[in-house]
Design a protein around this ligand. Structure first.
Ligand code: BES
Ligand code: ZN
Ligand code: ZN
Length: 497
């Protein structure tokens, strides 16, 4: 799909569909909409008066052959309250426009931004909305969505002097959204098509193409480095584990003492639970238990193109969690790379085990500021449903930066507490720590505390994306399935350093 800027006035836009958005207020058509209203002989005023055009969030009104316009269709999308409009709502509106028109076999359209919104951030958000909305999960379907496709989308409403900003926004939005779709594509792969080895190969190919340094540790190297926690999860599977390391080094050396960001992503390509096996119902979804790793790999792809002046090290431990004859069993005691001993009371709490070695290794490679992302706990779904990412941090200044970036990137995230009391829950009876909490409740927090044990004094953030990395139902702006959540936020954070 091609995305361009279109500088023509509304009436002259020669397109299959002209799209814009309307607000929910009682004042009737204003600004750019008033102009369209006049061109169409008062049609929009009449629709507004009759109650058909309310501006309610994501309401769609399609008008065919609108008189006075060159466009074949006029699509109006509700944007909610005028004063609440922001880049997050525009991103959604743009996504709704694309999916609505694509499903009706339209191939090109122009999206007109309203007055005073013609800036770089808007163009970026709309582009991100288009590109992420265009993603489909029909890779393995013989019949692709009836060959419906959007060939070109344009953004209008920019003047000559705003053009440069608009084009910059489009370029940036494209890079970020392409990376998000790249991550979603990995998450969508079933476990028979995406083993740890194949994930590593795909990451390696991406890194080489993007000009990033990459190293993949195989099972032998992992054993040499004594990554006992990762190995303990992998030992139940015939598929060998991998530790994927991708490094972005800026062309200009950052100042001495500048932060080195370590991104660690959980990549369990399939989580059966191991010997503490999961119920059959819904187990097929556990192919997405590598979403944290995919997100981090996708972030590296975006950073290679955006070129921030920050060094970033991405570490992705990848394995299956299987109940094979060699699988670890409840009660087994493992020694992590850091030397800490772990009592594995539940083999289904495997994400924290592999992250223990991932986080330790990222520190050893020089990371001074850590972020991990993981589909870690079912408990986060209980706490925050599929709405917010769970955020946990050991350093409030670092965590605040992430939360601010999430706001800017339009991703909902909510911080949960990390009081010392919760740490008691994972004190081990027979080893240094145990991999599940002994207390009742707080399952996401004890999971976070377990990982924090390995981050030590290094500022660290943990993102529990178990509830948000997968859409169980299609949204009007996004297909059912992988969401690529947290990618935009972390890219935004790195770019802001
Ligand atoms: N991958 C799961 C977490 C998960 C659950 C992700 C639901 C997506 C949807 C994780 O490895 C797991 O099984 N966690 C256990 C931990 C428990 C044994 C302490 C859980 O949440 O039940
Ligand atoms: Zn599990
Ligand atoms: Zn898991």
């Amino acid at each position: 799909m091609q995305i361009t800027l279109e500088l023509k006035p509304n009436a002259a836009l020669d397109t299959e569909a002209l799209v814009t958005y309307v607000f929910e207020d009682n004042n009737g058509p204003q600004g750019r909409i008033a102009e369209l209203d006049q061109l169409t002989g008062g049609l929009l005023s009449r629709l507004h008066k009759s109650g058909e055009l309310t501006g309610k969030s994501l309401e769609t009104t399609l008008i065919h052959a609108p008189a006075g316009l060159k466009a074949a269709r006029l699509l109006l999308i509700g944007a909610g309250k005028r004063e609440q409009l922001n880049t997050a709502s525009l991103r959604k509106v743009a996504g709704v426009a694309l999916r609505y028109l694509k499903s009706r076999s339209v191939h090109n359209f122009v999206f007109a931004v309203r007055e005073s919104a013609a800036n770089e951030e808007t163009a970026q958000a709309i582009t991100e909305g288009f590109v992420t909305a265009d993603f489909e999960t029909d890779k393995y379907k013989s019949e692709k969505k009836n060959h419906k496709s959007i060939d070109s989308a344009a953004i209008a409403g920019y003047s000559d002097s705003e053009k440069a900003a608009g084009e910059k926004g489009i370029a940036r939005g494209r890079i970020i959204a392409d990376a998000q779709n790249f991550a979603r594509d990995l998450v969508n792969e079933p476990s028979n098509k995406l083993t740890p080895k194949i994930l590593a190969e795909k990451a390696e190919a991406m890194a080489k193409e993007a000009g990033l340094a990459v190293e993949v540790l195989d099972e032998k190297k992992i054993a040499d480095l004594k990554m006992g926690a990762l190995l303990s999860v992998a030992q139940g599977s015939v598929e060998p584990p991998r530790m994927i390391v991708i490094t972005y080094t800026p062309a200009q050396a950052p100042k001495a003492g500048a932060p080195v960001v370590g991104l660690v992503g959980k990549a369990v390509t399939f989580d059966t639970g191991g010997i503490s096996i999961k119920p059959a119902d819904g187990m097929e979804k556990m192919k997405y238990d590598m979403a944290g790793g995919a997100t981090m790999i996708g972030i590296m792809r975006a950073l290679a193109a955006l070129k921030p002046n920050v060094k970033v090290i991405c570490v992705v431990p990848a394995t299956e969690n299987m109940p094979g004859g060699k699988a670890q069993k409840p009660g087994d005691i493992q020694t992590a790379m850091s030397g800490k001993t772990i009592e594995v009371l539940n083999t289904d709490a495997e994400g924290r085990l592999i992250l223990a070695d991932g986080v330790h290794y990222a520190k050893q490679l020089g990371a001074t500021h850590l972020i991990d992302a993981a589909t870690l706990t079912g408990a986060i779904v209980v706490a925050l449903a599929n709405v917010n990412v769970g955020v946990f941090g050991s350093d409030q200044a670092w965590t605040d930066k992430l939360l601010a970036s999430a706001k800017q990137a339009g991703e909902k995230m909510w911080q949960l507490p990390m009081d010392d009391e919760y740490r008691e829950f994972i004190k081990g009876s027979f080893a240094d720590i145990q991999n599940i909490g002994s207390g009742k409740g707080g399952g996401s927090i004890t999971g976070a505390w377990f990982i924090r044990e390995f981050a030590g004094d290094t500022p660290w953030i943990h993102l529990d994306i178990a509830g948000t990395a997968w859409n169980d139902d299609a949204k009007p702006w996004l297909a059912k399935g992988p969401t690529g959540v947290a990618l935009r936020t972390i890219v935004q954070l790195v770019m802001s350093l």
